[in-house]
Design a protein around this ligand. Structure first.
Ligand SMILES: NC(=O)c1ccc[n+]([C@@H]2O[C@H](COP(=O)([O-])OP(=O)(O)OC[C@H]3O[C@@H](n4cnc5c(N)ncnc54)[C@H](OP(=O)(O)O)[C@@H]3O)[C@@H](O)[C@H]2O)c1
Length: 277
């Protein structure tokens, strides 16, 4: 992934360009709150929005996109299938419902939200069908560990294009990242700002000060330099703008290593090997 400017992208293994900066809208309320956030992001130059059926804000995301001056085809729009909808027929139904709420005829990326045991292979088959019908430009997964990816790929006819996982300096998962890179599965991080916890970590503050950037900019840039796509969430215009100002500095290899070395395997979210929802 070549890091250039806000228009930069990761090239997926099917040739689709995925902008490497997107806006995440988890815990953003449907209606005005999400509409405003998406509008601020598009105005700031973001061309990638990450939502999910489980965020209950697809309607507002779709309204903001339609009201914007940015053509739909210039926006990379992601949604996700929720766990209770997994299975072949239910995936097709859930996908159609997401499209209806978003008010769009296709998705750029559709992801399985969690690897639901006993279900994710059937779900994947349905996603392959939708992809082959041209209704989704790329398909992928979230929260898959290596053994789950290997299991899925045993029967899949299409290798997932993306794996979106919790990823920050306290949870680097270098071997999973290396595995995905080997198989051309684009790594994408959730909780890149540790869901807000990052701002309480003195070591991040000290390093950010040295580069004269915010803690958010430091961590987001660390992701990009590791080849990872980012979808930081904010509902504030000033933060949405500053979270995309990542191209006036470069983290030195020694500092990249220092951030990598903070890995404690600390999950702020559920463990994909052991979740019960
Ligand atoms: N696939 C999955 O299972 C999964 C799971 C979780 C998340 N995600 C995706 O990943 C996205 C990002 O994760 P996240 O939203 O949970 O966490 P995050 O991006 O790590 O952190 C968001 C938090 O940081 C605050 N924030 C953002 N920019 C800031 C800045 N510059 N300075 C200070 N505070 C700042 C936000 O508050 P304000 O809004 O008040 O600014 C919010 O509280 C989600 O929105 C979602 O799209 C996916």
């Amino acid at each position: 992934m070549k890091v250039t400017d806000i228009n930069g992208y990761a090239l997926l293994h099917n040739g689709i360009k995925m902008p490497y900066i997107g806006l995440g809208v988890y815990k953003t309320k449907d209606g005005k709150e999400v509409q405003d956030a998406v509008t601020y992001a598009l105005d700031a130059g973001y061309r990638h929005i990450d939502t999910a059926a489980a965020y209950f804000n697809e309607t507002g995301v779709g309204q903001a996109i339609r009201r914007s001056n940015t053509p739909r085809e210039d926006i990379f729009l992601t949604s996700k299938i929720w766990n209770s909808d997994q299975g072949y027929d239910s995936t097709i139904r859930a996908f159609n419902h997401s499209l209806q709420r978003l008010g769009t005829s296709y998705l750029d990326l559709y992801l399985q939200h969690w690897p639901v045991k006993g279900k994710y292979k059937e779900t994947w088959k349905a996603m392959e069908t939708l992809y082959n019908e041209g209704r989704i430009k790329a398909i992928g997964v979230c929260n898959f560990l290596q053994f789950q990816l290997e299991d899925l790929m045993e029967t899949a006819t299409i290798v997932p294009m993306v794996n979106q996982v919790e990823f920050h300096p306290f949870l680097v998962q270098q071997s999973l990242l290396d595995f995905c890179n080997r198989h051309d599965i684009q790594f994408e991080s959730w909780f890149p700002l540790m869901h807000g916890f990052a701002f309480q970590v003195p070591a991040f503050r000290e390093m950010a000060l040295r580069y004269n950037v915010t803690v958010a900019q430091l961590l987001l840039r660390w992701n990009l330099q590791k080849g990872v796509v980012i979808i930081p969430k904010s509902i504030r215009r000033d933060r949405i703008i500053s979270n995309s100002h990542l191209f006036h500095f470069n983290i030195l290899p020694t500092d990249m290593q220092k951030l990598d070395d903070m890995d404690e395997g600390l999950r702020m979210g559920p463990n994909p090997a052991d979740f019960n929802f």
